[in-house]
Each structure stands twice: as structure tokens, then as C-alpha cells.
Design a protein around this ligand. Structure first.
Ligand code: SAM
Length: 262
């Protein structure tokens, strides 16, 4: 039987119980037809990964009985992805792929040319949870409500570097910029910013260029779609600054049999 991997809110400790959500109960009981006692793997973003067993409580509720710990919680790169929201299918894709690529937070940013006003944060968070379950992450990225670019920069946390993807040629190639970082630069908290389909407005480019801790970079000669640029920049950052510089650890758990819940 494949082992479903679930993100839960509860603290995890041997002998404890983690309440499962209605959607998780429905998926396990009625889609995967899991009996009581079915094996699970649990994580909550704080306590590492634990073995669990499924136990229904009535017709619509269930808990996971917590067994032994399988993996300790690991430190993860502190990189935010700030992006101008794009249309539904592609913003869901950004949430899913940025989770797989290890983004610590997803921050939709409203800019002059942003064509999407409303962002369904709950749906993005559901996409991120499902991707985190699938990709064996021990955390789920924080998904935030959209914020105007000017406000984001006005409230920018001191010391966090901002890698701004500038399609107007305002910066060096991303590989050159990141490969040249000193120890402080490599160990600082980071964020990546990508503009909307219509690009950054002139005033926005000027504001970004005079904001401390902003580093403008190019992603080659082709103009990438906003979702492509966001994920490409995040992949470059992971390869040159983040945890792609470390060997892929052998996962003790045979994840190939694992399936994820909704
Ligand atoms: N103004 C163009 C347009 O309307 O198609 C470019 C916008 S581009 C689709 C959206 C965002 O992706 C840009 O604001 C930038 O952040 C990023 N981007 C796309 N291609 C890039 C490149 N070659 N170099 C740096 N950033 C790029």
C-alpha cells in the first residue's frame, strides 16, 4: 500500500494525535479507500517528519495517530518569491513550482501593469501544501496577500537582499551577479522579484534602482513570460546561493511508494 504524506497543523510527538481536515479524510477514506490503521507520513513545518496511522472518528472526521519520527526538521534557504500575479492557471503553476523549488514565502505584488487584481490566497496555499507533500519538503511556503510594490519596498525588512529581474537590461547576468557574492551575500536572507506581463513601469524601475539591497539582474536575451522568469530566477538562485549547492541527501523513507493527499 502506498503511504500518503500529509501536512498537518498539530504539534507532532510519539503517541499524539493530529486531527485531519475534511478534504484529507475524504481523500484517504473515499478516494484512496484507506482502512483504519493505514500508514501515513506527517509533517507540520516545525517538528520534522513522523510516521502515522489513519483512524476515522465517525463518518466525517479522522485523526492521524503519531508514531516515531522519521526525519529531523532541517534548516531551509530563506528566499521569498515576489511576483506580479498572472492569470489563474499560471499563478497556480507558480505556487506549485516555487514550492518545489524551495521558496520560503510567496508574495504577490501589484504593479502598474499588473492585469490581475484579485488573488485567491487560499487556493494558492492549497496548491503549495499539495506541492510540499509531493516534493518531500518539511515546510510549506507562507502564502501572503497581495501588496502594492511601493508599500512592499517601503516596508522592506532591513538586511534582506532583493534580486530584481530587470528585462530592460538594467543589470548583469544573474549567474555573474550571484557567483560574485561574498560570504555575507551568500548567507543573507533573499527575495526575488519578477514583474507583470507588461513589465515594470518606468517609475517602478527608478524606485527599485534607488532602493538599498536591490540587485537588478538579467535572465538572458529572450523576454521570458512572468511565470517562466520567476521560476528560472529561483532555480538560478538555488543553484548559486541556495541548497542546490549541496548533494541531494539519501531519503531514508522509500518515497517512491508515497502518494500525497489533496
Ligand atoms: N515588457 C515585456 C512584456 O511586456 O512582455 C516584459 C515583461 S516580462 C513578460 C515579465 C517579467 O519577467 C519582467 O518584468 C521581468 O521581471 C522578467 N523577465 C522576463 N524576461 C527577462 C529577462 N530576459 N531578463 C530579466 N528579467 C526578465
Amino acid at each position: 500500500m502506498s503511504v500518503s504524506r500529509l501536512y498537518v497543523d498539530a504539534d507532532l510527538a510519539t503517541g499524539g494525535e493530529a486531527p485531519l481536515g475534511e478534504a484529507q479524510f475524504h481523500y484517504l477514506r473515499h478516494v484512496m479507500r484507506r482502512p483504519d490503521g493505514a500508514p501515513l507520513r506527517l509533517f507540520n513545518g516545525r517538528d520534522g517528519e513522523w510516521r502515522g496511522t489513519f483512524e476515522a472518528r465517525g463518518k466525517k472526521a479522522a485523526v492521524a495517530l503519531v508514531g516515531e519520527r522519521l526525519r529531523e526538521q532541517q534548516p531551509e534557504p530563506d528566499v521569498w518569491l515576489c511576483f506580479a500575479p498572472v492569470k489563474r492557471a499560471r499563478i497556480d503553476y507558480i505556487a506549485e513550482k516555487a514550492t518545489e523549488l524551495g521558496a520560503a514565502a510567496l508574495q504577490p505584488v501589484l504593479t502598474r501593469h499588473t492585469i490581475v487584481e484579485r488573488v485567491n490566497v487560499e487556493r494558492l496555499r492549497d496548491n503549495a501544501i499539495e506541492a510540499a507533500e509531493q516534493t518531500e519538503r518539511l515546510t510549506v511556503p507562507e502564502v501572503r496577500a497581495p501588496v502594492e510594490l511601493a508599500r512592499l519596498l517601503a516596508e522592506w525588512p532591513a538586511g534582506r537582499r532583493l534580486l530584481m529581474c530587470d528585462e530592460t537590461g538594467g543589470g548583469p547576468p544573474i549567474a555573474e551577479a550571484l557567483a560574485g557574492l561574498d560570504h555575507e551575500g551568500r548567507t543573507a536572507p533573499w527575495a526575488i522579484l519578477v514583474g507583470p506581463e507588461g513589465g515594470f513601469a518606468e517609475q517602478e524601475l527608478a524606485l527599485l534602482r534607488r532602493t538599498p539591497d536591490v540587485m537588478a539582474v538579467g535572465l538572458g536575451t529572450r523576454i521570458l513570460r512572468a511565470d517562466t522568469a520567476a521560476l528560472a530566477a529561483l532555480a538560478c538562485w538555488q543553484a548559486l546561493v541556495g541548497d542546490w549547492r549541496h548533494p541531494t541527501p539519501r531519503l531514508e523513507v522509500d518515497y517512491r511508494t508515497a502518494k500525497t493527499a489533496v
